[in-house]
Design a protein around this ligand. Structure first.
Ligand code: UD2
Ligand code: MN
Length: 612
């Protein structure tokens, strides 16, 4: 009897443990978990708890891509706004507005005013001006982060460096106040504000008067000439005397406990640049939107920064402990902490990078290739106002500036992959010869840095760049001679996912027609080993309900395909189905997945392109 009881008890324990395990099992450990974005999923903010919001889409993955590119329109960016309007400081806080990160409501009769002011900073200035400088925000850290405690006496101090060019009073000072309010005074050595030649009158003496009475050392540095954000940050760094430099954009709000994890990481590993999770302050309502922690920073073939959903490899690395800092191939650029000595040692910034853009790519490649690490600390949350376009002027033109900066990063750090970048970007190619990069190349050899191939293999193994052991080129449907095209777009707020199409091929390089296949070797039976079919924007060919779709590369086996060199078929690994042109009643021109039958509908030619 007793034996049966024991067995029953044992079974009950095992069953409950199994149920517990199931309930706690990370949802991304298996295929078909709802992890992939669906074609028409648009990131929308939804309520997910008291006072907190998160960017989330209907199937559970969150906004993944951010891109910030200046306004390429010629001329002043706000033609109808007079000097008088631009110089007004209408900061007029109402205590309840924006409390706990709630949105500010603009009444219907104020819409036209708010729209006209929107043009100055490309965010809703009217809303921002109503929110107090000391507004409350929810503590949006995960419970395991809140549970961590740090010995403040053992952490390094920091100088917070904020550069700005014609920033709004309310956003700039909310950044400053949030830093003061939410940093342990012992750790906050000083705040350095670097004014990059702003001409707004309220940013002159009124700013100095305001900060002079705050309970923290605040230094205001000014550049007479517009020097751009890199040289402005360097100006701040030269003046800084804290142990760690923490850079922030001028329209951020830090949240509870943001600083300690950054400083702790640098204390334990000095050769690191560590970023917080960047939450979103709505450019419209100034509500705080909690961003998702399961993404990582990367870049597109154009060397534009992107957020990508964390791959299976990265998730596996993090599974052990979701609160420790994780590998980040490319940092967003604006918000990070780095030891003051290490910043010097690793070559500060490329001071020939002007105004805006590219410095984050350069710094990320440099740190990784030269023996350091770029990481994101999931326990540090700082919110930032993301804008759809840039509000200020780009003297010389945005493309000239951005592509010169990117060309410099590619020339110094990307070895033979620079040719791939230049082929992809004729604009950058035109500017490459104008770059003098000798001192950066000597920095690279002085620091004995690894090459870009090492970076791709070791830092970003889930990347989608071509490589010597990968197919790169067009995928052509034999019978029709048409090219496989991924959904167009990219550079918006999310990856351009959706159905693959067959369209007439084009002569020149067109990123939507170019594919990387990682199925490198061929077996005896004429099949390649399985691999991923990837395109720019970290999109992979995926199979969903009979459709061939471009989805965020996940590293899951459902995105594996192989090429059968005998039948010329492209075969889906899990299902054994073949990539096929559409069959009635499907929409002509779309690509489907059907049972393999050797028909001409399923025969493909892989036409390689030379990229280096
Ligand atoms: C992102 C970064 C930003 C920078 C940029 C690429 C985040 C959240 N932001 O774009 O820090 O890395 O990518 O370069 O990661 N500024 C100047 N002088 C100038 C232009 C800008 O001082 O000539 C200041 C500006 O006031 C702001 C900061 O530089 O405080 C970054 O500029 P942004 O906010 O326009 O850049 P963002 O967030 O679009
Ligand atoms: Mn910014």
């Amino acid at each position: 009897m007793r034996f049966i009881k024991c067995v029953k008890l044992l079974v009950a324990v095992v069953v409950s443990l199994f149920i517990l395990w199931l309930a706690n099992k990370p949802r991304n450990t298996h295929d078909d978990s709802g992890w992939d974005l669906k074609n028409d999923d648009v990131a929308i903010p939804i309520k997910f708890g008291k006072n907190q919001r998160e960017y989330i889409d209907s199937r559970g993955i969150h906004v993944v891509v951010g891109r910030y590119v200046g306004d390429s329109l010629p001329g002043p960016s706000h033609p109808n706004l007079t000097e008088e309007v631009l110089n007004q400081n209408n900061f007029n806080p109402i205590p309840s507005q924006g409390e706990w990160g709630e949105p500010v409501a603009i009444l219907p009769h104020e819409h036209s005013k708010s729209q006209s002011l929107y043009r100055i900073h490309r965010f809703n200035l009217l809303a921002s001006d109503r929110i107090p400088l000391n507004r409350t925000l929810p503590d949006i850290r995960k419970p395991q982060c809140k549970a961590l405690s740090y010995n403040i006496n053992e952490l390094p101090t920091t100088s917070v460096i904020i550069v700005f060019h014609n920033e709004a009073w309310s956003t700039l000072l909310r950044t400053v106040h949030s830093v003061i309010n939410r940093s342990p005074p012992k750790l906050l050595w000083e705040i350095i504000l670097v004014d990059d030649a702003s001409n707004r009158t309220f940013l002159k003496k009124p700013l100095e008067d305001h900060v002079s009475v705050l309970p923290t050392t605040i230094i205001v540095l000014r550049s007479e000439k517009r020097i751009g954000l890199v040289r402005a940050r360097l100006m701040g760094a030269r003046e800084a005397t804290g142990d760690v430099l923490t850079f922030l954009d001028a329209h951020c709000e830090t949240t509870d406990g943001w600083l300690q994890p950054l400083l702790y990481r640098i204390k334990t590993n000095p050769n690191v640049a560590v970023c917080p999770i960047i939450d979103i302050i709505s450019d419209d309502t100034f509500a705080l939107l909690r961003s998702f922690e399961l993404h990582h920073g990367g870049m597109s073939w154009n060397l534009h920064f992107r957020w990508f959903g964390a791959s299976e490899t990265l998730m596996a690395e993090r599974r052990g402990n979701m609160s420790i800092p994780f590998r980040t191939p490319v940092m967003a650029g604006g918000l990070f902490a780095i030891g003051r000595d290490y910043f010097q040692e690793i070559g500060t910034y490329d001071d020939q990078m002007d105004i805006w853009g590219g410095e984050n790519i350069e710094m990320s490649l440099r740190i990784w290739q030269c023996g350091g690490r770029v990481e994101t600390s999931p326990c540090s949350h700082v919110a930032h106002v993301f804008r759809k376009s840039s509000p200020y002027t780009f003297p010389g033109g945005v493309n000239q500036i951005l592509y010169s900066n990117l060309a410099r990063a590619a020339l110094v750090w990307m070895d033979e992959w620079k040719e791939f970048f230049f082929k992809m970007n004729p604009e950058a190619n035109r500017l490459r010869d104008a770059q003098s990069i000798r001192s950066r190349l000597s920095l690279r050899s002085r620091l004995k840095c690894n090459d870009f191939n090492w970076y791709l293999k070791n830092v970003w193994p889930e990347n989608f760049f071509p490589g010597p052991d990968r197919f790169f080129g067009k995928i052509i449907h034999r019978a029709t001679g048409k090219c496989l095209e991924r959904p167009l777009g990219g550079g918006g707020v999310s990856q351009p996912i959706g159905r693959l199409k067959l369209v007439p091929c084009v002569q020149q390089w067109f990123d939507a027609h170019l594919w990387v296949a990682t199925w490198n070797s061929t077996r005896k039976d004429g099949r390649t080993l399985p691999g991923y079919l990837m395109s720019d924007e970290s999109l992979c060919v995926d199979h969903l309900d009979g459709e061939a779709r471009a989805m965020a590369c996940s590293g899951f086996s459902k995105q594996l395909w192989h090429h059968n060199l005998r039948t010329n078929a492209i075969v889906h690994g899990n299902s054994g189905l073949c990539l096929s042109i559409s069959r009635p009643p499907e929409t002509p021109g779309e690509v489907s997945v059907h049972s393999c039958d050797g028909s001409s509908e399923q025969q493909w030619t892989l036409q390689p392109e030379k990229w280096s």
